[in-house]
Design a protein around this ligand. Structure first.
Ligand code: F6R
Length: 263
């Protein structure tokens, strides 16, 4: 795993935006399709803002790019303000130039959920898989909505949210009772099939989960630790989220050496 520790959340967003920007432009140049995996929540908002700005001011185009989101709540219609369909439209899709039909989220409204989960896996496979997956991390170490105890071999499926996740997300709802209890989420195996993965985390509240993800034993009790099995993961964190990592000095040295080689 590459661990990049930056001073603040703005730098975390900038680093992730540069990575996405580079990949989008490279693929456009060689006219190859690109599939991005996207996350919702508070963490990637700065990234989406930067991508929208670069589209407006710097010629970054998303034509030919397809996206698959990690998850969607069950029980909210797509036009509900707290649905992830709404979030993505509002935070990114409406600001840039994706082709019509290029943005995919799991269907959870008025449909057969197990069929929907299978269709989502099929759709990802038909596009040749995800090239770059953006992830956040829950305070309990979930990725997507793969909560504690999720099988490391799991595929897109229905998952019950933990109380902690519902409490964490209650800030977006009038009360915790309004937070859905279930979601359809890509599985851990689905996520691990992405070509590369960028996990973003900011704030002291994520420190324990980040430490478990990067340095803990691989365990279904800390779903993000499964990322240690993937050969191309970059964990981008601010100093608060890095505060429980044991090997900070080594990660920083590695980044310095890398920068001196690239220069
Ligand atoms: C969202 C998702 C979740 C979030 C995680 C962190 O699509 O899959 O795993 O990334 O809950 O959320 P924030 O960024 O709000 O702390």
């Amino acid at each position: 795993m590459r661990v990049v520790i930056l001073d603040n959340p703005q730098q975390v967003s900038l680093f992730a935006a540069d990575r996405v920007d580079r990949l989008v432009r490279e693929r456009l140049l060689v006219r190859q399709p690109l599939v991005l995996g996207l996350a919702t929540g508070g963490t990637p908002l700065g990234l989406y803002k930067l991508l929208a700005e670069r589209h407006r001011n710097d010629g970054l185009s998303f034509r030919g790019v397809e996206t698959f989101n990690l998850d969607e709540y069950v029980g909210l219609p797509p036009d509900h303000e707290q649905s992830y369909h709404f979030y993505m439209h509002d935070a990114l899709f409406r600001h840039v130039d994706f082709d019509t039909g290029a943005n995919h989220l799991p269907r959870t409204w008025q449909c057969d959920l197990s069929e929907s989960a299978k269709a989502y896996e099929r759709d990802i496979e038909q596009r040749g898989g995800i090239d770059l997956q953006i992830l956040g991390i829950g305070t309990d170490g979930h990725i997507g909505f793969n909560e504690v105890g999720s099988s490391l071999g799991s595929r897109t499926r229905l998952k019950t949210l933990t109380r902690r996740t519902r409490q964490d997300n209650a800030r977006y709802f009038a009360s915790i009772d309004e937070v859905p209890t279930m979601a359809l989420t890509m599985g851990i195996a689905t996520i691990l099939e992405s070509q590369s993965i960028v996990l973003m985390a900011t704030g002291a509240g994520k420190a324990r989960a980040v430490a478990g993800c990067v340095e803990g034993p691989i365990s279904a009790g800390m779903p993000a630790s499964a990322l240690q099995l993937h050969p191309d993961v970059t964990v981008i964190v601010d100093t608060d989220a890095a505060s429980e990592l044991l090997h900070v000095e080594y990660y920083s040295d590695s980044e310095r050496v890398r920068a001196s080689l690239i220069r």
